[in-house]
Design a protein. Structure first.
Length: 281
């Protein structure tokens, strides 16, 4: 608690985001991983009931491979909206093998939010390609459609790239960041790296930490204490605790909500999250 009050950041109700799928894990890694539209929609609705106000979505084709297929995306959005009023954040990251030109078209579905990855990088054993001209084109289109960018930053230079886009008029403040830690090719999942990034964020920015794997719970707790929002789900960790697979994303969201409440933090509902993030769409 004391650490939270020593920081210069305003403490607001915490926005919980559920990330149910991701681009890498398979049902062999965790049989509860949702891959098809109805499975994803069902787990999103369960996570909403557990306290999530935002759903961060990756999509899979019938063979469970990452896809930017607009029909699959539209069907998934339709099923989610039939089940709950959660805010939707489509990932334009999709998967390492999906071309940028296919990924960027997802914003044409006009979700409330979508990811904007500002830089190319090594990503594990692969390459995550986000060409500068394409990133600028996508940022401009998102602003035109009033789709709020979720800026995913994996290293310190990625933050600088986002600030350049802001200075060029391609991003509107307040900015929204996800600080991703633990991906091979980006920053290691350490408290020191998180503090370095949080201290450099522009005033008024909304942010959350996304810690991949074993550091997930620890860094989520530190992020909450520093005044950040939080994300939970099978995209970020497949386990509820050591040696125990999470039976879906809802238990991970419930764990994050309990963690926030243990720090005397309120949980934002959908309308509170919409106001806090200043969503236009």
């Amino acid at each position: 608690m004391l650490l939270r009050y020593r920081t210069p950041y305003i403490v607001r109700p915490v926005i919980l985001t559920v990330a149910p799928t991701g681009p890498l894990a398979t049902k062999q890694d965790n049989p509860w991983l949702p891959t098809q539209p109805d499975e994803i929609a069902g787990q999103v609705a369960e996570a909403y009931a557990a306290g999530a106000a935002v759903a961060h979505l990756h999509l899979r084709d019938r063979d469970d491979r990452p896809t930017a297929d607009l029909d699959i995306a539209a069907r998934t959005l339709e099923l989610i909206r039939e089940r709950c009023p959660i805010l939707v954040q489509l990932s334009t990251g999709v998967g390492l093998m999906v071309p940028f030109e296919e990924r960027e078209r997802l914003v044409e579905l006009r979700p409330e939010m979508a990811t904007l990855n500002p830089c190319s990088m090594s990503f594990g054993d692969g390459e995550f390609r986000n060409p500068p001209a394409g990133v600028r084109r996508l940022a401009a289109r998102m602003r035109e459609l009033r789709v709020k960018p979720e800026l995913e930053i994996y290293d310190t230079g990625h933050l600088d790239a986002c600030l350049r886009l802001r200075d060029e008029g391609l991003l509107a403040e307040p900015l929204q960041f996800s600080i991703v830690l633990g991906v091979r090719g980006g920053m290691a999942a350490t408290a020191e790296n998180l503090l370095t990034m949080v201290r450099r964020l522009p005033a008024g920015a909304a942010w959350q930490v996304i810690a991949i794997g074993r550091a997930n719970l620890e860094l989520t707790a530190i992020g909450l204490a520093l005044g950040g929002n939080c994300r939970a789900g099978l995209e970020d960790t497949l386990h509820l605790r050591k040696g125990e697979l999470a039976p879906g994303s809802a238990p991970l969201v419930a764990r994050a909500a309990a963690l926030a409440r243990s720090l005397d933090l309120d949980i934002a509902d959908v309308e509170g999250a919409r106001r806090q993030l200043q969503l236009e769409g």
